[in-house]
Ligand binder design. Structure first.
Ligand code: RIB
Ligand code: CA
Length: 312
């Protein structure tokens, strides 16, 4: 029985690979829709990029919605320096022919959770949590209907990537993250602690290219572009492939390990805004509210990803 999910995303090359992985895995995943959010690049571009990715997979039938165009309480911070000015730099992709849905992404999330049986829809945020938090504020009744939130965001041992203290998705909208982490909904977190162990090394990127398919080539060219910033910054053997870890968890959770701990979000301090304060060593009596992942089987992750992309 495939798991019903909504992907909330700010594509972003790594978001794009996560969407392709979901679309390549119909036995495990039924993608109810994609909601775009402002993040890596402004909303108009993330909403366009989400449609470009669906068309790379030949899936112009997927419902794509535009959500919130700015964080709850801050001005938008984007990441063109990482993802390029289109947010999906690398391969030349045609303008999408599929159109956006008319409904606002937040209303799609609310309507879907109210319509589906309780506990059967998983939310998969891959960007700032603005859409998810706005849906929870507008319709508090949906919190108990969500099966699970599996998100990419945060950091503990890896500390920050946009500031010394914070990971980008949480930093952009810390108030939204606070609402999500205090919602009582079961949460699985893929932080930088995991994604920085999912490096697209040259052999791994060659394996995408060796698929000999258009999606395989596109993924390799996204990585060729995306990796230049991170390899320079970290001196690493490849760029971390953040967002596909969320979808891989839905397909093969045994690839990941972590701890169920308390995670709180810094929203008051400019210095540490967006920090995910994970009580990894359980030194407080604060109730655990998230499965905070710490490690993954990287070879297993890339084997799964390559095999599935090869199906498209
Ligand atoms: O910090 C990494 C996260 O920020 C990823 O989701 C990437 O796509 C960007 O949104
Ligand atoms: Ca993202």
């Amino acid at each position: 029985m495939p798991r019903k999910i909504i992907i909330d995303t700010d594509p972003g090359q790594d978001d794009a690979v996560a969407i392709l992985l979901a679309l390549a895995s119909p036995e495990e995943i039924e993608l109810l829709g994609i909601t775009a959010v402002a993040g890596n690049v402004p909303l108009e571009l993330t909403a366009k990029n989400a449609r470009k990715v669906c068309e790379v997979a030949g899936r112009a039938d997927v419902k794509v919605f535009a959500g919130c165009d700015r964080p709850l309480a801050h001005t938008l911070v984007t990441a063109e320096h990482v993802h390029g000015k289109t947010g999906l730099d690398g391969p030349d992709l045609p303008e999408p022919t599929m159109s956006l849905q008319d409904q606002h992404g937040v209303d799609f999330i609310i309507e879907t959770l109210r319509a589906e049986p309780s506990g059967t829809v998983t939310l998969c945020p891959l960007g700032p949590l603005t859409n998810i938090a706005t849906a929870l504020q507008k319709a508090p009744d949906i919190a108990e209907k969500v099966q699970e939130i599996v998100l990419m965001g945060g950091a503990y041992f890896e500390v920050g990537n946009i500031t010394p203290a914070a990971e980008f998705n949480i930093y952009v909208d810390p108030e939204a993250a606070e609402i999500v982490f205090k919602s009582g909904i079961p949460i699985v977190v893929m932080p930088l602690d995991v994604t920085h162990k999912a490096l697209v090394t040259a052999p791994r990127n060659d394996a995408f290219r060796a698929l000999g398919t258009d999606p395989g080539r596109v993924v390799a060219e996204w990585t060729d572009f995306f990796e230049r910033f991170d390899k320079e910054k970290y001196g690493s053997a490849g760029a971390p492939l953040h967002d596909p870890t969320v979808i891989a968890y839905l397909i093969r959770p045994e690839l990941f390990s972590g701890r169920h701990v308390n995670v709180e979000i810094e929203t008051q301090s400019d210095l540490t805004r967006g920090m995910t304060v994970a009580d990894w060593w359980r030194v407080t009596d604060r109730a655990p509210n998230a499965m905070f992942m710490g490690d993954l089987d990287a070879d297993g992750f890339f084997a799964l990803l390559t095999e599935r992309i090869g199906r498209l």
